[in-house]
Write a protein that binds this ligand. Structure first.
Ligand SMILES: N[C@@H](CCC(=O)N[C@@H](CS)C(=O)NCC(=O)O)C(=O)O
Length: 217
């Protein structure tokens, strides 16, 4: 049985939770915020979440976890294409969205979500880089109807939680949703993913976790 550690307000945590649910792999959740304690650092080298406990040990980094689930549970629903080139295109998509969109936008989350302050210089720099990342994403996302064509894949597992957060954060900071601005048709795509029962479960748990997080601050 897998144990998933982290908090349901995290897009990376929700990526793994969504994958576990879609694959119907049995798991339990253990609520744990990112931490620099020795106990957590032994399990996740930078104290980040999510990480999982498997029968063989702990595993961090959501992409390593996602690919582990694909390899370790061959009988579960496949999320990666089996043909090598298509599989590599799926990984290319994920790497692009995480490195060139989400990781860049992350620099404005402290103000957009947590009530902190981000300098105008950072906001301007992030805007230019996120727009470049989204312009690139628009070149590879197919939306026909899923991110990479007619099948639901790991690309959708990753795109959904990340794009939702980037949309929200850019609306908060720049007054407009840069994702919607750069990717025509993204709203219908997000609705399509949100029509999936497991996406609804992840969204419902995230809403409850967000409410609890802000109530306890
Ligand atoms: N590359 C990591 C990123 C995970 C990540 O950034 N998690 C955030 C929560 S969404 C975190 O733990 N932040 C705390 C920190 O950076 O110290 C992954 O894919 O798992």
């Amino acid at each position: 049985m897998i144990t998933l550690y982290g908090i349901a307000i995290s897009n990376y945590y929700n990526k793994i939770k969504f994958a576990l649910l879609e694959k119907k792999i049995r798991f339990v959740e253990e609520a744990l915020p990112p931490s620099q304690t020795d106990a957590v650092l032994k399990r996740s080298p930078l104290g980040k979440i999510p990480f999982i406990k498997t029968e063989e040990g702990y595993l961090s980094e959501s992409q390593a976890i996602l690919e582990y689930l694909e390899d370790a549970y061959p009988e579960a629903q496949r999320l990666y294409p089996t043909e090598p080139f298509e599989r590599a295109k799926c990984r290319e998509f994920i790497q692009h969205i995480e490195l060139n969109v989400e990781l860049i936008a992350r620099r404005i989350y402290s103000e957009a979500i947590f009530g902190g302050t981000v300098s105008q210089e950072t906001k301007d720099e992030v805007k230019a880089k996120v727009e470049a990342g989204l312009t690139g994403l628009a070149r590879i996302i197919r939306l026909s109807p899923y991110a990479l064509g007619d099948g639901f894949t790991a690309a959708d597992i990753v795109a959904w939680p990340h794009l939702q957060l980037v949309s929200f954060a850019t609306r908060q900071i720049y007054g407009n949703d840069l994702v919607a601005e750069h990717i025509p048709g993204i709203a219908d795509y997000m609705q399509l993913i949100e029509s999936r029962p497991y996406a609804q479960q992840v969204a419902k748990d995230r809403a409850a976790a967000l409410e609890a997080f802000f109530k306890n601050r």
